[in-house]
Design a protein around this ligand. Structure first.
Ligand SMILES: O=C(O)[C@@H](CO)OP(=O)(O)O
Ligand SMILES: [Mn+2]
Ligand SMILES: [Mn+2]
Length: 547
């Protein structure tokens, strides 16, 4: 149990944490959908309530360096756990640098399987960029080189084009040099090629059961070798762009590399497969398709018997997958666990696209609930989100208001996906509407917080809608296309995020302290203090000031 806090008895009602996904504090007004949005509620919050900024990127959330943007996994892990752990990106880079990854049983079994018999093939499937949100292409490069050194003969890569964590049409910046690298090392009986691929929002990388047909399409591409054929991945990207003008990388259709009409990299019995993303949410569904005996999400047509390894274990509760190359951070003593042990009922809500963020990531990459937790998922639309920038903000608000009115919960949390999911489309107009939808939702939700005698912490996990244009590397001004239009930016940002204390109950006694290191991992202790509790000893400090 968490101990009572002698300094403050707690607010009368519940404490609500509201995550506005993808809402950073912009540095420039040009290109900021947040500045362009009409948002009277947020304007009032910033003007009238205690608010500070929090670090939400780089080492403050466990990324390898401060050049790394934040993302939902590391952000929600830090908020939920109240602590910063070295995250997948850092753990994998370190394991490769130290060589420990090659000594692990998982890598050795994978290589052994690919070498056994004749013609065993080692396949790598994953996100093909240096975004460092789900994967890093340098990890792939190191594994291909090591596989060659250990005597693997054939490597096939299934490349998911990014354009979401990196510039929106940058696929060739990765594909061209990588195909050159593969060409160069394909000698002396070693043969490594890209065999298939497609946009990450079109195939394979669905999450939270939002769109299984996407995963089925990926399976048919990578495993069965079905799809439009090209001679190599460079030609595939060029050809698909010609056939789909204006389509950005993440949305490109699938492609298959073939020699004389025959796909070069179908996945067969006896092969080994490494899914090289370290982040779990978008890795779980395709992993299930490979490892589950009883599988009914789609018709696999043919299920090859393969030695399958994940870069990390993606779900510690479900042991998914059982074989993994690098041990994930052991995220312990999360706020969900300790509020549960203190006997507090907790409510978590989001729409499908972010549901796992407020449950699985929040609880330290665990799919199970702690006692006293209630989770509510609002099904997301399955459409491009620039067509529905309001997403499910209204329905999430309805659910939160009902939960507040029920009087059952002492700690509540929700995530509004809009700023992030619409921000990722690169559509500026839609992103302003996304922020406006969140603002409207907040105006309703905060009234219900007042009615319950509670307080809210309004924050975000990382930026996105705050910078919708690429900045020119030299001038730091928004970069322009040949036709004079701004270059759309689809990725997260490095900007800090707000932390606002919405409090109409303490009579002005409560404030927030802007410390030099204030970051997402300080939120859990702040919530504990607002509840009248001391923080867990492992959590980073509370930012609450009591006058
Ligand atoms: O869509 C995703 O998978 C990532 C970006 O790669 O965004 P977020 O971290 O906000 O979930
Ligand atoms: Mn996010
Ligand atoms: Mn995002």
């Amino acid at each position: 149990m968490l101990q009572k806090n002698p300094a403050f008895a707690g607010v009368p009602g519940p404490v609500v944490v509201i995550v506005m996904d993808g809402y950073g504090i912009p540095k420039h007004t040009v290109g900021s959908a947040i500045d362009a949005a009409r948002k009277p509620t947020l304007d009032r919050l910033f003007a009238q309530y205690p608010n500070i900024t929090l670090r939400a990127h780089g080492t403050a959330v466990g990324m390898p360096s401060d050049d790394d943007m934040g993302n939902s996994e590391v952000g929600h892990n830090a908020i939920g756990a109240g602590q910063v752990y070295a995250q997948g990106a850092a753990l994998v880079a370190d394991a490769i640098a130290a060589g420990t990854i090659w000594q692990g049983a998982a890598w050795q079994e994978t290589v052994a399987a690919a070498k056994a018999g004749n013609g065993g093939v080692l396949h790598f499937i994953g996100l093909f960029s240096d975004g460092n949100v789900h994967s890093h292409i340098d990890h792939l490069k190191a594994m291909v080189a090591q596989a060659r050194a250990e005597g693997v003969k054939t490597v096939r890569i299934h490349a998911l084009l990014d354009g979401r964590d990196v510039p929106e049409t940058s696929a060739l910046d990765y594909v061209v040099p990588f195909e050159a690298f593969l060409d160069e090392i394909s000698a002396d009986g070693f043969d490594a090629r890209i065999a298939s691929g497609g946009g990450r929002q079109t195939i394979t990388m669905d999450r939270y059961d939002a769109n299984w047909p996407m995963v089925a399409r990926g399976w048919r591409t990578h495993v069965l070798g079905e799809g439009p054929q090209f001679a190599n991945a460079t030609e595939a990207v060029q050809g698909l762009r010609e056939r789909n003008p204006g389509t950005i990388d993440q949305d490109l259709p699938e492609f298959v590399i073939a020699d004389g009409g025959k796909p070069i990299g179908t996945i067969e019995d006896g092969d080994a497969v490494v899914f090289y993303n370290f982040r779990g949410d978008r890795a779980i569904e395709i992993t299930r398709a490979f490892v589950e005996d009883d599988f009914s999400e789609f018709d696999r047509v043919r299920r090859p018997r393969v030695t399958y390894a994940g870069m990390l274990q993606y779900d510690g509760d479900l042991h998914l997958p059982e074989r993994f190359l690098v041990t994930p951070p052991a995220i312990r003593n999360t706020s969900g666990e300790w509020f549960s042990k203190t006997g507090l009922a907790q409510f978590a809500c989001s729409e499908t696209q972010k549901f796992g963020h407020v449950t699985y990531f929040w609880n330290g990459n665990r799919s199970g609930k702690f006692e006293g937790e209630t989770w509510q998922e609002v099904p997301s639309d399955v459409v491009p989100f620039e067509q529905r920038p309001w997403m499910k903000a209204a329905e999430i608000t309805d659910a939160m208001i009902a939960a507040l009115q029920s009087g059952r919960y002492k700690v509540l949390r929700c995530n509004y996906a809009n700023g992030d999911m619409v921000g990722h489309t690169g559509n500026f107009r839609a992103a302003t509407m996304a922020i406006e939808a969140v603002d409207l939702a907040l105006s309703r939700l905060l009234r219900a917080v007042d009615a319950a005698g509670g307080v809210a912490l309004v924050t975000a996990d990382h930026g996105n809608a705050d910078e919708m244009f690429e900045l020119d590397k030299k001038t730091k001004e928004p970069a322009v296309n040949e036709d004079g239009s701004y270059k759309a930016k689809t990725a997260h940002t490095l900007n800090p995020v707000p932390l606002i204390l919405y409090d109409n109950v303490s009579g002005g006694r409560l404030g927030l302290e802007q410390t030099g290191t204030a970051g997402l991992s300080n939120i859990a202790a702040t919530v504990a203090n607002l509840l009248g509790l001391q923080k867990h000893e492992r959590w980073d400090d509370s930012l609450l000031v009591v006058k």
